[in-house]
Write a protein that binds this ligand. Structure first.
Ligand code: NAD
Length: 498
């Protein structure tokens, strides 16, 4: 489908927004009646007034979810029946793909081309994959003595709180809800305050698809208020979270202080792209390396924000990357030609600019970008930025910036490159480039990350688990059948035969 800027703008202008909380199958105002204004990060202008939920709404949503779970309207339906409903939801999302894509484009400032070609289709595919998986999975019978039969079965956990980030609003929603719903749980979703619109529309489509009342609830509002209330709630059995390591750490406290609910965390990253001296085609690598740090404005947990390149290749590769970077046009996210939209909000833009200043003051060499741009639009745009001659001790080499900022580091020996790549508290993704197959295997196993890509930048696909080592996660894997396990309890049914 070829998108035209004028058509996209016209369609965006006509969009209707769902702005109330979705509890027990209905859109309702926050119990307090309060609202907050959601801003378009590309203009700084209001998009919509959204229900600002608090603890009272959390209680209502959890009560609805618990009631639906205990009634068994979803939890006790056969896997094939749940599959049927989730496939219908996927079909409805596909039918409304342009609208879903636009909601995230407006709310998060994500380029429309990415929303239409990546986020929204991946969302559809994700629901389909998890739906299709559930009636293909068999349970187990333990190898006991002949006098016993022991079945090992998985059962839904119960009520799950799903807390979403703003960088991939609908897609992260699907990564959580696909497996949570497929395995028969009820759920209370808390989208990020900045990006609630697509989750609210998803709830409406889920009801249309046949997800029963109370099974899927969405409460928008402030994370530190309702996110915390949800995670401390005594009637919530698990919290699944994607977001910052800082807030993820907080969730473990909430669990310990309340009912020891299961906590599943997908967190941040400071991901290395390791280019060995036998890396091969530098034009191709330059494209991969630029894409993986500027895509989604660098607001991406798997952003390859540290390029660790063999000293012999560095100048050539960097020169090519600077050429490729010219294609990364910053602009209005509604324009299909735009590849880089704004930062999510002003405070985040200032944080990113603060990191750029720290890179300059700590002595890194700025070779691209380095400032705010398109200020007149009122949007929060930052130029794609590259620093060369970065030292491992610098903040831009150590901390997750979550913006379009690349740090280039060099090494001489393979062991040194691997050590630099692993010199981080994070461990979400890593890439390695080499033409030597044995070396590729060896280095991929030596890199401490949940997903290692060889000769590309990738997060895998729906069939592969995604989550982090070290402080990039806690017990959490999105996607694949492994995501189902974390939303189920393992039960042994031990039988004595006569
Ligand atoms: P964030 O931690 O600020 O917010 C994430 C969610 O938590 C939001 O819904 C927010 O409202 C809520 N929240 C905030 N304070 C809370 C509290 N005290 N208790 C409970 N919930 C609270 O993160 P963000 O800024 O939305 O997202 C960016 C972060 O997410 C980055 O660190 C990024 O790396 C990470 N991320 C990770 C993955 C992954 O799969 N590992 C994917 C996308 C983003």
């Amino acid at each position: 489908m070829k998108l035209e800027y004028s058509d996209v703008k016209k369609t965006a202008a006509k969009l209707k927004f769902r702005t109330k909380a979705f509890i027990h199958g209905k859109f309702v105002n926050a119990a307090s009646g309060k609202t907050y204004v959601s801003l378009n990060p590309a203009t700084g202008q209001p998009i919509a007034e959204i229900a600002s939920c608090d603890g009272a709404d959390v209680d209502l949503a959890v009560k609805a979810a618990r009631h639906s779970f205990e009634q068994g309207v979803w939890s006790k339906r056969s896997p094939a029946e749940r599959k049927h409903v989730l496939l219908k939801l996927a079909d409805l999302l596909e039918k409304n793909l342009a609208e879903i894509a636009l909601l995230d484009c407006l709310d998060a400032g994500k380029p429309i081309t990415d929303c239409v070609t990546i986020d929204a289709p991946d969302t559809v595919h994700c629901f389909r994959w998890h739906a299709e998986a559930i009636d293909k999975e068999y349970e187990k019978v333990a190898p006991t003595s002949p006098g016993n039969v022991a079945m090992i079965v998985r059962e839904p956990l119960g009520v799950i709180g799903a807390i979403l980030p703003w960088n991939f609003p609908i897609q992260m929603g699907a990564w959580k809800l696909g497996p949570i719903l497929a395995t028969g749980n009820s759920v209370v979703v808390k989208p990020a305050r900045q990006t609630s619109l697509s989750a609210l529309r998803l709830a409406e489509l889920a009801a249309e698809a046949g997800i029963p009342e109370g099974v899927l609830n969405v409460i928008p509002g402030n994370g530190s208020v309702i996110g915390a209330a949800l995670c401390k709630h005594l009637d919530v059995d698990a919290a699944a979270f994607t977001g910052s390591t800082e807030v993820g750490r907080q969730l473990l406290h909430y669990s310990a202080e309340s009912n020891l609910k299961r906590i599943v965390l997908e967190l941040g990253g400071k991901n290395p792209q390791l280019v060995l001296e036998d890396a091969g085609d530098l034009d191709y690598i330059a494209r991969q390396a630029v894409n993986c740090v500027f895509w989604n404005m660098g607001e991406n947990c798997s952003s390859g924000s540290r390029l660790i390149v063999h000293r012999k290749l560095k100048d050539k590769l960097l020169a090519r990357m600077l050429e490729v970077a010219k294609e990364w046009i910053v602009g209005d996210p509604l324009d299909p030609a735009t590849k880089v939209g704004p930062m999510i909000e002003e405070s985040h833009m200032n944080t990113v600019l603060g990191y750029i200043e720290s890179g300059k003051s700590e002595g890194a060499k700025l070779v691209l970008g380095g400032g705010r741009t398109l200020k007149k639009t009122g949007g929060f745009f930052v130029e794609p930025t590259i620093f060369d001659e970065v030292k491992p001790s610098m903040r831009i080499a150590r901390e997750e910036i979550f913006g379009p900022v690349l740090s280039v580091l060099t090494f001489d020996k393979e062991e040194e490159g691997i050590a630099l790549a692993n010199d981080t508290t994070y461990g979400l993704t890593a890439s390695v480039y080499t033409q030597d197959l044995s070396r590729a295997h060896r280095v991929a196993r030596a890199l401490r990350a949940g997903t290692v890509s060889v000769n590309c930048f990738s997060e895998g696909d729906a069939t592969t688990p995604f989550g982090g080592f070290k402080q990039s996660g806690f017990f959490g894997r999105d996607k694949s059948i492994f995501a189902h396990y974390q939303y189920t309890e393992l039960k042994t049914v031990w039988m004595q035969l006569a």
